[in-house]
Design a protein around this ligand. Sequence first.
Ligand SMILES: Nc1ncnc2c1ncn2[C@@H]1O[C@H](COP(=O)(O)OP(=O)(O)O)[C@@H](O)[C@H]1O
Ligand SMILES: [Mg+2]
Length: 347
Amino acid sequence: MHIGLVYNMRHTKPDLNNPEYLKEAEFDEPTTIEGMTRALEKLGHTVVGIEANEDAYEKLRNLKSKIDLVFNVAEGMHGADREAQLPAMMEMLQIPYTGPKPLGYAVGLNKSVAKEILTSYGIATPHWMTVSKLSYLEENPVNFFPVIAKPLAEGSSKGITAKNLVDNTEDLKNLVAELLEKFHQPVIIEEYLPGREFTVAVIGNPARVLPIVEITFNELPEGMPKFDHFEAKWIYDNPEQQKDPVICPAVLTPELKSKIEELCLRSFDALEMRDWARIDVRLDKNGTPSFIEVNCPPGVMPDPKDNSRFVRAALADGLSYEKMLEEILQSACKRYGIVYEGTRSKE
Ligand SMILES: Nc1ncnc2c1ncn2[C@@H]1O[C@H](COP(=O)(O)OP(=O)(O)O)[C@@H](O)[C@H]1O
Ligand SMILES: [Mg+2]
């Protein structure tokens, strides 16, 4: 098939103090785009790469007749609804593409809206409050400490450092003020869930859950809080670090495993995900799983040493990198009624 690979690529190194980096934190490394291209070619497809910059619409329009399907891993460019931008262009041009429709992306990136929807379905998610002005916090004091505060519509632990976990009003006020100023968007304040953390890859049509990934935090330095803050992510994401940051498949009782799977499949549907997504889950103090957030497109670095969590889950399921991408393509094809054609991966 003729596949358009639509992406945003990172050009700077991780550095929280570099505004250029902050703009690109969620973008893919060039090696990811190259690896995906090679993998799609190995499946027998012709691949044309399309960088999702401000010229993307023109590029898509010109290539439309030459593309059977877009594999979309674009993050979009500006604003809280950025992930919905490329899908919206493809809707307009009637180009079939992998993954959710614009609504799914926009909801997925807004942690508060996602939680409102899940709450209406009776799906567990930590108690929360969304604040766009400091005065609101003064008028509505938080009474569910300890809490974690995070920018409403970011990813890749942007704005989430070890000090975002606070247990008193004064620290919370300072933290919220800082986040409001730095990220120019509302802040979501959530009850902090102290239990184990998992991330769950969901794939296919009908959707199924891949082996559950547990994030262990065992290797974090003494005194550093046990959640996935920016410092932790970049300590663990360093390929030179020898320790394995995750366990997959997670060791779970059958009961907990099925509770987590059900939570994720129901969340996937409620949030209008399609073909693939990765869902973060934590256990509350009673050991009950709760939805933290959904990620789509999830990161899929081809080198297993880079520890992309979605890829780890696929490998644990016996899916090679190529087969994983193929299942996403097939899932989208089925939705659009397109006959999938590819030579099977030659391994
Ligand atoms: N309510 C919460 N309770 C406990 N930990 C949380 C909570 N919300 C977020 N975290 C921690 O912060 C990490 C990053 O938060 P998340 O909402 O997933 O943001 P990102 O989009 O940056 O991944 C989570 O993986 C988890 O470790
Ligand atoms: Mg997350």
